[in-house]
Ligand binder design. Structure first.
Ligand code: OOG
Ligand code: NI
Length: 419
């Protein structure tokens, strides 16, 4: 028996991210433009900023993406957990977007590599949301029953794919001869389906929330967006606007400041309508279009400690956060490190720990800015204001069948042990 070459999970992750990117670029051509402009901005930034590498090598930043997917049930997100573990991506953090200023009926986590060396090898992450069907504020009993009935009858992931993923996860990789097919099958699970969509059902769900329709109005899941990383998001915004791409009004997250870049800044543009096949009430399938998928781009800064995060939340509560930013934060990395507002490797202000997660307010803003219509709550005049569902970190960990990791614990570890 000849020993076969073992492909470790990080290489599978790098291939998975690259193949998803190729597929998504073929599906959404505007994404390819965004990636090209991002690469231009990064190259120009690195050429004029000797310190640019502090937040990651140009190779890492250029390859870096996050994806977003949305699923319908505890079982489905459990399968996602098994699949992503085969790529060394584990669930970090709990996001409840139901209570955001513009509520979205989902709870979410981010699957990602969890150690500095794995992140350096390939930092691919996927923001993953599950529909909160048990929340009566969005779904009345009748609709919930029909949504759940629809969801239990579909199969998002081939059971054989999930079984293979479980093996790869347990073995920390797979033999070279099976790697290609495994990655291709995993990527295919997130392709936009050509199956006809039941128009009446989709429209009924869209009246509750466009996200509900995107999740439970179709029998498959798909990549909702893939987001490249840029080193100068303001410049990216200018260049995209100059090319005639209509961006959303603002960059989400912290304002541009003179001092250290913190957390995450994001912006996006609306995707054009995409061709989808719709089955009309008369039973006839016709070509139609839906606007669900969009383009997003992000810039990442230093990860804040819980104390830093409190200051951030206070800074962002002000009417014009940029104008009063310096009342909340000092001007230099040295002061950030000394005051323990952000994580630095070994406390060295030249070595910031990059923020690898997401921001609920930005996520809700990104969801909302790209949807047709607001989320509609169920009738406001009776007793459905109360959420008696039990969504929580525990609920999600149970559904995932594994621990939900605490981002702060990971940052602390990253700061304690130099890569
Ligand atoms: C996820 C929205 C959140 C981000 O970057 O904050 C997100 C979605 O649209 O499914 O991706
Ligand atoms: Ni995103």
């Amino acid at each position: 028996m000849s020993p076969s070459l073992h492909i470790p999970t990080w290489q599978l992750r790098a291939r998975f991210a690259a193949a998803l990117s190729a597929m998504y670029g073929a599906e959404v051509p505007a994404y390819t433009t965004l990636v090209a402009v991002s690469a231009e901005v990064n190259a120009a930034y690195v050429a004029s900023h000797p310190q640019a590498y502090r937040l990651g090598s140009l190779d890492r930043v250029t390859a870096e993406r996050h994806g977003a997917i949305r699923v319908g049930t505890a079982r489905e997100i459990g399968e996602v957990a098994t699949l992503f573990a085969a790529f060394g991506m584990y669930p970090v953090g709990f996001y409840d977007l139901r209570d955001a200023a513009s509520p979205v009926p989902v709870i979410s986590t981010a699957f990602r590599p969890t150690t500095p060396d794995e992140l350096a090898r390939n930092p691919f992450r996927v923001f993953t949301s599950v529909l909160a069907t048990a929340d009566r504020r969005f779904f009345d009993d009748d609709l919930r029953a029909r949504v759940q009935n629809f969801l239990v009858r579909r199969t998002l992931f081939d059971p054989d794919l999930i079984a293979r993923a479980a093996r790869v996860g347990a073995d920390g990789g797979c033999p070279a001869e099976t790697a290609e097919e495994f990655v291709a099958d995993a990527v295919a699970a997130f392709a936009l389906s050509r199956e006809p969509i039941d128009k009446a059902w989709y429209t009924e769900l869209a009246a509750v929330s466009a996200v509900a329709a995107d999740i439970a109005g179709v029998t498959t899941t798909h990549i909702n967006h893939l987001t490249p990383r840029v080193l100068d998001i303001d410049e990216l915004y200018r260049r995209m606007t100059a090319r005639g791409v209509a961006m959303i009004d603002a960059i989400q997250g912290p304002p541009r400041t003179e001092g250290p870049a913190v957390l995450l800044r994001q912006t996006s543009f609306r995707a054009l309508a995409e061709p989808r096949r719709l089955r009309h009430p008369d039973g006839v399938v016709r070509d139609g279009s839906l606007r669900v998928r969009f383009g997003e781009v992000e810039a990442r800064g230093v990860a804040l400690t819980p104390a830093g995060r409190q200051r951030y939340d206070a800074a962002m509560a002000a009417p014009d956060p940029a104008a009063t930013w310096d009342q909340h934060f000092p001007a230099t990395d040295r002061e950030f490190a000394d005051q323990q507002l952000a994580y630095y490797v070994g406390g060295d202000p030249a070595k910031p720990v990059v923020y690898e997660d997401f921001l609920p307010a930005s996520a809700a803003g990104i969801f909302r800015s790209n949807l047709d219509g607001e989320t509609r709550r169920t009738a406001a005049d009776d007793d459905v204001d109360d959420d008696d569902s039990d969504y929580s970190e525990h609920w999600l960990a149970d559904a995932l069948g594994r621990d939900l990791l605490d981002p702060y614990a990971l940052y602390q570890k990253a700061a304690a042990c130099p890569p």
